[in-house]
Design a protein around this ligand. Structure first.
Ligand SMILES: Cc1cc2nc3c(=O)[nH]c(=O)nc-3n(C[C@H](O)[C@H](O)[C@H](O)COP(=O)(O)O)c2cc1C
Length: 437
């Protein structure tokens, strides 16, 4: 392995019918409920020695486009989707080394519940659990939980500061040696080693202790994706790994440097948080074939402008159906994913909305990767060398068994041959694997 190997992970956009209409996805329409394909995907990620599978989530049916659910339901856009912790548990059972990181939104799950669910996942997986900490982004989801709307963007992070403090204290409410299981005295758990937390904040209260017991990792891994200034600060304070949604080498480097500087100013060792950048490589036997596939993807995108704008509206709460497609995009704001909207606007520049959305085909990809497995592996190596670390996260628009094989059996071995990623896991626990290099 070279001096600077990097990490790989998979960003799974919900474990349900994905990529409807894409080639090679037919079987998923019949077996999505049992999530067989996603378990195959998890095994593929493990074959590729990835650090973790992150299961993205949202808890509502889209309705942003034309004030209607039609486009979302007809095209299976982020719907149906299953509770990610259920699927994460099955993935943990189907693998031995892969980290499993479900998303739980702070507005939807009480902190005690999150600490208990993720703590239990850490136990049953033998220390491979993480939590993708999100604060929510749609008022439609808030309405499913009896709220009229989500709190404003920055206040959600203030609330999350308290929320995560509770989770950490709950995970710490059991000393690691609390279970004494002393046959002689008949004592199972030493009461002196299990504590209440008696937390009283502005937004949350929690007594504790956690009833699910100690976690193998002490505290499960915290993943975070907020890219706004407030979101980055939160991540710098708490995250073990960050999903970064920025475009181009210069921005990737600036993002990473910024988070690392903030971490250092907060007294954290910057090397303890791994920043992974989204990619969606287009792979084929030869670079020419891959380029043809890329052109095909862009052509499909040009025919599906409504769908693509509805998808962007999904995360920004903006109804783009009201916009003139042939006028410049202009200034926009959101109470949802601010960073993602900023990326779109930066890329759009002075172009029309139609042009901007068509060229946004690779969505969140930080670098465009097109070619044979070896060519793409080389491009990834070069990008990482310039950025400085810490790795990539696959976010594929065409999740299928073929895509799994292209990455796990095509790209991953090419990366390993170049010494860029691990050939075997050194550890069982997720945090240990993240901290390995
Ligand atoms: C790559 C990426 C993945 C995300 N995954 C989720 C998710 O699974 N569920 C969710 O509710 N929000 C998700 N978010 C939203 C963020 O957690 C955050 O709430 C949102 O980006 C707004 O914060 P920001 O303005 O600081 O970026 C994601 C954001 C990004 C950029």
């Amino acid at each position: 392995m070279s001096a600077a190997p990097f990490h790989l992970a998979w960003f799974l956009q919900g474990s349900s019918i994905q990529a409807w209409g894409e080639p090679w996805t037919d079987s998923i329409t019949t077996d999505w409920m049992s999530c067989d394909m996603f378990l195959d995907l998890a095994r593929g990620c493990e074959r590729a020695c990835m650090d973790y599978m992150l299961l993205e989530d949202s808890i509502y049916v889209g309705e942003t486009w034309r004030n209607s659910r039609d486009i979302y339901l007809k095209n299976g856009m982020s719907i149906p989707r299953q509770e990610p912790t259920v699927v994460a548990t099955l993935m943990a059972a189907a693998t031995k080394r892969l980290g499993v990181v479900p998303t739980l939104s702070t507005f939807a799950y009480a902190p005690y519940l999150t600490a208990r669910i993720v703590g239990s996942l850490d136990q049953v997986s033998g220390g491979r659990a993480g939590w993708n900490m999100v604060t929510g982004s749609s008022d439609l989801s808030a309405k499913n939980f009896g709220m009229a709307c989500l709190p404003p963007h920055d206040r959600r992070y203030d609330m999350a500061d308290e929320y995560i403090a509770i989770c950490k204290r709950l995970w710490g409410s059991w000393q690691p040696d609390a279970i004494v299981a002393d046959g002689k005295s008949g004592v199972l758990i030493d009461p002196a080693r299990v504590h209440t937390i008696d937390y009283e904040g502005q937004y949350y209260k929690c007594r504790g202790p956690l009833n699910s017991g100690p976690c193998p990792q002490g505290q499960p891994v915290i993943a975070q994706a907020g890219g706004s200034a407030r979101g980055r600060r939160f991540a710098a304070e708490h995250a073990d790994t960050i999903v970064a949604h920025v475009k181009g080498i210069a921005q990737m480097k600036a993002y990473r440097d910024d988070v690392r500087t903030t971490m250092a100013s907060l007294g954290r060792d910057p090397d303890t948080c791994k920043i992974l950048f989204l990619i969606s490589p287009i792979l084929a036997e030869t670079t020419e074939e891959a380029q043809a596939k890329a052109a095909q993807r862009e052509a499909i995108s040009a025919q599906n402008v409504d769908k693509r704008l509805a998808q962007l509206g999904w995360i920004t709460n903006i109804d783009f159906s009201e916009f003139d497609l042939d006028a410049p995009v202009g200034e926009l704001t959101t109470n949802g994913h601010q960073q993602s909207l900023a990326q779109f606007l930066r890329k759009a520049g002075k172009r029309t909305l139609r042009e901007a959305i068509v060229s946004y085909t690779s969505g969140g990809a930080s670098v465009d990767l097109v070619g044979s497995p070896d060519a793409v592996a080389a491009q990834m190596g070069e990008a990482m060398e310039e950025v400085g670390g810490d790795g990539f996260l696959f976010s594929m628009p065409n999740v299928s068994r073929r895509t799994t094989a292209e990455i796990a059996d095509g790209l991953a071995p090419a990366l390993q041959r170049r010494g860029l990623t691990r050939r075997a896991y050194s550890h069982v626990r997720l945090r240990d694997n993240l901290l390995e290099f």
